[in-house]
Design a protein around this ligand. Structure first.
Ligand code: ZN
Length: 96
């Protein structure tokens, strides 16, 4: 099962449509699969990786969300807005 299907099955806004017309056993099996994915994601959340983009005017922006800071020597190891871990090697991701 893919993530978007699990979300459709577990989201109260879409679950009725996602499960409509299925037999009891089939619906229960799908909900169980979706719950397994959700629990795995809660136990081990995906980590976003980014880096601070250095600008000539002395500002740094998060490569993931664009949050801007103006630090002299300090560089945070995490973005305080999106939570990205600042351990991305430059070149892994396209620069904007
Ligand atoms: Zn960020």
């Amino acid at each position: 099962m893919k993530t978007d299907e699990a979300i459709r099955i577990l989201d109260p806004e879409t679950s009725a449509a996602a499960l409509y017309g299925l037999g009891h056993d089939e619906a229960v099996a799908l909900v169980e699969d979706a719950c397994r994915l959700a629990v795995a994601a809660l136990k081990d959340p995906p980590v976003k990786h980014a880096h601070w983009i250095e600008h000539d005017d002395g500002y740094q922006t998060c490569s993931n969300c664009g949050e801007e800071h103006c630090w002299e020597d300090y560089r945070a190891s995490y973005c305080d807005v999106c939570g990205a871990k600042m351990d991305e090697e430059i070149g892994e991701k396209e620069e904007d």
